[in-house]
Design a protein around this ligand. Sequence first.
Ligand code: SD4
Length: 342
Amino acid sequence: MSDRRNFVKLTLLSSAALLAGKNVLAQTDELKDRTYDTKKDAPVVISTWDFGQEANAAAWKLLTKGERALDAVEAGVKVPEADPKNQSVGLGGRPDRDGHVTLDACIMDEDARCGAVACLEEIVHAISVARLVMEKTPHVMLAGEGAQQLALANGMKKANLLTAESLKEWKEWLKTAKYKPHNNIENLKLPNSRPGDARNHDTIGMLAMDKKGNLSGACTTSGMAYKLRGRIGDSPIIGAGLYVDNEIGAATSSGVGEEVIRIVGSHLVVELMRRGHSPEEACKKAVQRIVAKNPNMAKDVQVGFLALNKHGEFGAYALQKGFTYAVRNGAVDTVYDSKSLF
Ligand code: SD4
């Protein structure tokens, strides 16, 4: 009996010790991980591609007035969404193979609140619908008709997103109807690349830190040109196309979404920053992860990651040459070339 009592006591004690040990470990890990807790360069806004510079300007106006990063990123990405000449975001986006322009977008704030829309049609500002999902529904993501209903119920208007230019290109594409999502770099001649598929995707992902040091992000796209009807990429998927952790940093991606989803890319980049990597190192490691998973494919597609940490430091890395990103802070208003693996 007493043996049994001792055994029970010992078991309880060791479980308690183990539990305590576990907690101590978890806490230590957590403390060690929290590298970033200051805001050196706020405000700052960064976004993917050259056209991010114009979007940054809109975000910058709000950031310098002391507005929330969330408002800034929404206002910022609305610029390319409304630009009919930008054929990869919002109005004027290239359609799917059946001729429908379908939009994917997501938004995330400093409290890890987030909203997303996928396969949204006939609404220019997918990002604002994503924000509606975040703020007006108990959900994180709405797709298709339901997303459009939410937009219409909140006063947004339907619009034809297929511009004459995108329609013309699509008709041209139909002649061969070959889906080859190689690369988004016009001047890069990959072995299998052909006119028309070289520049078929250019999402805008934007990350900002406001004067209070709070982070938010937004990502919006018409997705891969001539995709299958119903195809959803990484851009509306929290963790893949965008992730924000206000204690550490934020990340976003552009390129072939399937490859980003496979490694939950943006979340991975943020977690790598949590482990102490600089934004550029974190992006590079995420790109390397893509290659490790599929070395043959990786040579033929483009993926770029962009990251901002809680110090206001930023960085990017891509699979292929040609990925650019725009930065606006107190010191610069510039477009940078990202480093790349290949
Ligand atoms: C997608 N990631 O739908 C998007 C497309 C993109 O540069 O970013 N293109 O897969």
